[in-house]
Write a protein that binds this ligand. Sequence first.
Ligand SMILES: [Zn+2]
Ligand SMILES: [Zn+2]
Length: 574
Amino acid sequence: MKNREIARIFTDIANIMEVQEGNPFKVRAYRKASLNLEGLNRDLAEMSHKEILEIPGVGKDLASLIEEYLSAGSVAMYEHLKESIPAGVFSLLAVPDLGPKTARHIYDTLGITSLEELEEAAREHRLAGIRGIGPKSEEHILKGIDSVRRGRERQPLGKMLPAAQDLVAALKARAPFGRLEIAGSIRRRRDTVKDIDLVATSPDPLKAMDAFVELPQVREVLMKGGTRASVVILDGVQVDLRIVEPDSFGALLGHLTGSKPHNVHLREIAVKRGLKINEYGVFRESDNVRLGGESEEDVYRILKIPVIPPVLREDQGEIEAALAGTLPRLVCLEDLKGDLHVHSKWSDGGHTIRELAEAARQAGLSYFAVTDHSQTLGGARGLTLDRLAEQAREVRAVNEELADFRVLHGTEMDILPDGSLDFPDSVLKELDLVVASVHSAFGLPKDKMTARITAAMRNPYVAIIAHPTGRILGEREAYQVDMEELLKVAAETGTALEINSYPLRLDLADRYVRRAKELGVAIAIDSDTHVKNQFDTLSYGISVAQRGWLEKKDVLNTLEASALLKRLAQKRKV
Ligand SMILES: [Zn+2]
Ligand SMILES: [Zn+2]
């Protein structure tokens, strides 16, 4: 989909206009349109002119830019605009907290045109005194530069997987390919990813390579040969494409999928069996006779090991488990029957309970819990006791209308900084499901934060702790909390922990999920969706669960609604 590319161009346009102190209404219009394009759940390329005009914030002018990009692969107005400011100023805009105007002042005053120069100036306190730079700004700018560099190193899976899938679709449409697969840590579904690795076969490798470097996403070609090429796409992400003979495809796919420690371990086993594995295939050591390599299964079959799913290939015991025949039967998306964390219009969501129920049913679920925010979270229109009671009536009404779908009445209740809860037990008792979470005072010391969350777990009505570590990938580190203690108290009190599937959270992280399983803590895989079209993000939560070795029985919401309620009642009774 080109949606993201066009959204990015609109953001760039807004930034450049702001640097040039252009019309603020226009700046805002481009920003708003950019956001709406990002959130669009349809491919712009498949929409009619009339439908494009119906996208909020897209008028005639912006629609014509969108159509220009779709047909020509570029936007002339944007290309001109880019040339109108010094190239370096553009790179400064990537720094969080450094607005376009301040970037412009820094350029005008000190002639700074790169992150390196900006870093030096901030360290030497030469930025102080420039318009828009406050006393603490230099510190913030240094932190911002750090995060830009980190961002260049690893990006969230939720951004990189769709980008990789778009590249695959674009390549297939433009050149003849036999097989074409995403490899690397994206295939292993790591929560953050450094670059995109593609492996392919093609009856016409030269044509395939030409198509690759000419993709509209490509900003820079780093290297291009007959069978491999590297490019940089939007946002500075590197993409490598390797084209191989069909008989080596599986071997190379496994090699590039990794992880390295997994492959090293496989090779050790191979050596013990008189075999040799490399990216070209599996060979007999004694006479170099090739035994296989066309498919990835070949490699495992020849080693006499069951095929290990990519999500487990971290050399964390999966090879031993495979040899012993004890690999887990990983939970999959089809196993999920419901979603236990959903926001509606009642708080900060965008749709009614009825609309959400219809969308969830279409996504294959048979129930969800509506869990709007609690009273303390005023900014998110948290529900007062009165509105919660009113919402209960609506839930009942929706359930009466829907024959084959069930809405549970829940809450996402704030755990206040002192560990007390936002609603009294007399209210919690009436709800089907209580999800509790932290939305404030993220900076508490570790012992206080741990005590705060474990206090909530000890409440008999708290069923699930949502986004247990509070991290937002690329934006906010997890708060300080003793995870081992948290997991132990969860086990002790029968409280479930959530894998929040929102692509920028993926919180709980996979390593804690695996520890939770060891300790017998149940996991809920939730979307935390605020709109009706994001139930599909549950697939990201499933990936995290799989990386944590979870099976169907480990996941609370693989139960049907009635079985789930029985299960929740156990904690309430104790
Ligand atoms: Zn939350
Ligand atoms: Zn939420």
